[in-house]
Design a protein around this ligand. Structure first.
Ligand code: ATP
Length: 476
């Protein structure tokens, strides 16, 4: 078995200082016509000048005249008094009925922003699905449902005789039979759904979207980048309902090539043409320094390389991102890459015998068990697929190992050079297999805009080192 020394592994490494006040944009690779009236960032928001200093605007003032009093009161009771930056910027557009792309960091309050708009639009006395919120994972769906139910609950329901609005969680891994009866008997006001379960219901006509006024797609960048979800999502946006008849809200922490995305939104009619891009800078405490490394090796050497890195780094808490199992590999009856890696780590070294696993095919109880282990205060080594880790906050994470790079050509610097949702992480390693040519794409999309020729990837690391000076200057 080949082992690598730390210096051999760090063929290309640099450190980026992160300034929380700076928006890190992906560079333009192609020219896309600028969409009309889009792209607001917190530094150059146009026209929404509040009548008083925005720092003293309360959520109540923002919501006044749009959101029912009991919802505002409930929000205040749980501590939502002052709007976050994204809420402050987005709510006036949302309340005006405009389609919006909410582009702000994880934890910035996007969920509350779109839920307030949903609750301002729906009529709880009508027995019809009026809002649909699509999420990539069951966990995120459960979190959103919980907040929606909490805000929607009307304590004076009995006295007033008015119904509270109902929220159905239509999530993968649930018992769809129960949902079918519910939908038939009395449709809920709001549905929070994962795309798989949702499409099943739509195809079998248990659910119809002709009364749906608001469609929210959370973690939209991920949904569009997931080969499994993308075709269903496109069908949902254009066939099952029409952007003309609904308000469409997309939310995401990162939208690589957002100008291209906005262009597609209009061209493909996923949104109306006057869609607003609300882009708010990072607000979460970020590590002052993030150390990036590339490890370039042959495909067969990846496992030993990872092991060697883990031994050298001795990470406090680490996540190793591995690709999902391909359909071809599933059909061949092979084990998923996640399981193979966990088995390798467990058998290779006593220190890493306690490895946790998070992948989308796990059932609900397995995932819940895995997560409760992790959320008990750090000291974990987690092997996860990207989709399974979505919506899960693990702030103790100190190291991220991008063991597999997705084959998707749309990968960008944002996803792989930044600490994702892991605000306290301080090291990020990207594995590059010599046979692949993705290193070139990754580096081209970094702010250095210095191309490394794809031929250099397969060559000696010395060739890569020649480019290092340029990369050291790259602002990530
Ligand atoms: N106005 C507010 N005042 C106080 N707390 C808030 C406010 N808005 C949201 N929060 C809280 O901040 C946390 C993060 O909010 P939320 O989950 O909405 O962020 P997000 O941007 O949707 O994140 P993600 O990208 O992970 O979905 C939650 O605990 C939420 O309760």
């Amino acid at each position: 078995m080949a082992y690598f020394s730390a210096t051999q592994l760090q063929t290309l490494s640099w450190t980026s200082s992160i300034n929380p006040n700076v928006t890190y944009r992906t560079p333009k690779l192609l020219f896309y016509p600028k969409p009309l009236r889009v792209s607001f960032s917190s530094s150059n928001v146009e026209t929404t000048t509040p009548t008083k200093d925005s720092s003293t605007t309360t959520l109540r003032e923002l919501c006044y005249g749009h959101v029912q009093e009991h919802v505002i009161r409930r929000a205040e009771e749980v501590g939502y008094v002052i709007p976050t930056e994204v809420q402050l910027q987005a709510l006036p557009f949302l309340f005006s009925g405009r389609d919006c792309v909410l582009h702000a960091q994880t934890g910035s309050g996007k969920t509350l922003a779109y839920l307030l708009q949903v609750l301002s639009v729906v009529d709880s006395q009508r027995s019809a699905v009026q809002a649909l919120i699509v999420v990539p994972t069951r966990e995120l769906g459960m979190q959103v449902t919980k907040v929606a139910r909490m805000l929607a609950a009307n304590p004076s329901e009995h006295e007033s005789g008015l119904k509270s609005c109902t929220v159905m969680a239509l999530l993968d891994g649930g018992m769809l039979k129960r949902h079918k009866s519910w939908l038939k008997a009395e449709p809920p006001t709001i549905v929070v759904a994962t795309i798989g379960s949702l499409c099943q219901m739509l195809e079998k006509h248990f659910l119809k979207l002709d009364t749906c006024q608001v469609l929210v797609v959370d973690e939209v960048d991920f949904m569009f980048n997931s080969s499994k979800e993308v075709s269903s999502l496109k069908r949902l946006l254009t066939s099952y309902s029409s952007s003309k008849n609904r308000q469409t809200i997309f939310a995401s922490a990162s939208i690589p090539q957002h100008r291209r995305f906005l262009y597609d939104c209009m061209q493909q009619k996923w949104t109306r043409a006057d869609v607003v891009h609300v882009h708010v800078n990072s607000v979460e405490p970020m590590p002052s320094c993030l150390h990036h490394r590339f490890g370039v090796c042959n495909r067969t050497d990846k496992n030993p390389m990872l092991l060697s890195l883990l031994q050298t780094d001795s990470p406090g808490s680490a996540i190793i991102f591995v690709s999902e199992q391909s359909e071809k590999s599933k059909k061949a009856g092979s084990s998923p890459p996640t399981t193979l890696l966990v088995d390798f780590l467990k058998s290779s070294c006593g220190r890493f015998s306690d490895v946790s696993l998070l992948e989308e095919d796990m059932n609900f109880n397995q995932r819940a068990a895995s997560l409760s282990e992790l959320q008990g205060g750090g000291g974990y080594l987690l092997v996860a697929t990207d989709i399974a880790a979505r919506g899960v906050d693990l702030p103790e994470t100190t190291h991220i190992y991008n063991f597999d790079i997705p084959k998707d050509a749309n990968i960008t610097s944002r996803e792989y050079f930044s600490p994702l949702a892991l605000s306290s992480s301080n090291s990020c390693v990207i594995f590059q297999v010599k046979e692949d040519i993705l290193l070139n794409k990754l580096l081209t999309t970094s702010n250095s805009q210095k191309k490394i020729q794809s031929s250099s990837v397969g060559e000696d690391a010395v060739h890569v080192r020649k480019q290092r000076k340029d990369l050291n200057n790259a602002a990530i």
